[in-house]
Design a protein around this ligand. Sequence first.
Ligand code: SAH
Length: 231
Amino acid sequence: MSIWPMQTIGVIESCFKEKFAIPRQPGLSPSAEATLTLLPPFDTPDAVRGLEQFSHVWLMFIFHETASQGWRPTVRPPKLGGNQRMGVFATRSTFRPNPIGLSVTKLTGIDTHEGVRIHLRGADLLEGTPIIDLKPYLGYADAIVDAANGYADTGHAPLQVHFSAEAETQLMQLQTQYPLLRNLITEVLSQDPRPGYADDPTREYGMALYQLNIKWRCDTTGAVVTAIEPV
Ligand code: SAH
């Protein structure tokens, strides 16, 4: 068996502080902010020279939070409601022989004043995710508009997202500090992050975005954000 030595080239700071409710693919939450800080010896402006010319980048990363759980030949994709099995290589599951993830994100800025910090939008990445490679997204090569998406094309309609009066007030107070918060919450909840099997309509959920705990539940109209509290 071949072993290829690899190094973490950088680490992600993300608005997503826990796995629960992170969208299942990038781009589903265009308002999600992340910053990639390169680590020595990769943290030189030379290593990113020219990258600013691209609007999007590919990130290869380690599913560090779940890596210790190993892999199985088949997994249950959430897209299929969690009750059908597909081959691990026919899915984007985190439980893979090599726990490597692949995400395309928007590149919004590169700061090379002290080290290298790369600002991203739309990433589906957990806080602290180790990045093992970064490369430009090439529309002419990477975008295949008529691609067949298989079973991944199935799925339910997005949830409508509403905010309680209390949550609206809290959003208003947080507007300066987190200008993207309303959009971010809406994008994340419209994906319906509830586990497929847990269908207790009275259940209140919490999710960690930035330094905030977002409380929400579901009713017949969709998802209702009940409160936004500092952690
Ligand atoms: N776009 C990637 C990820 C798909 S799986 C790919 O296709 O390879 C998406 C899930 O990965 C998210 O819902 C999130 O819960 C999970 N995730 C994100 N960062 C992670 C990390 N560092 N460790 C484990 N899981 C992570």
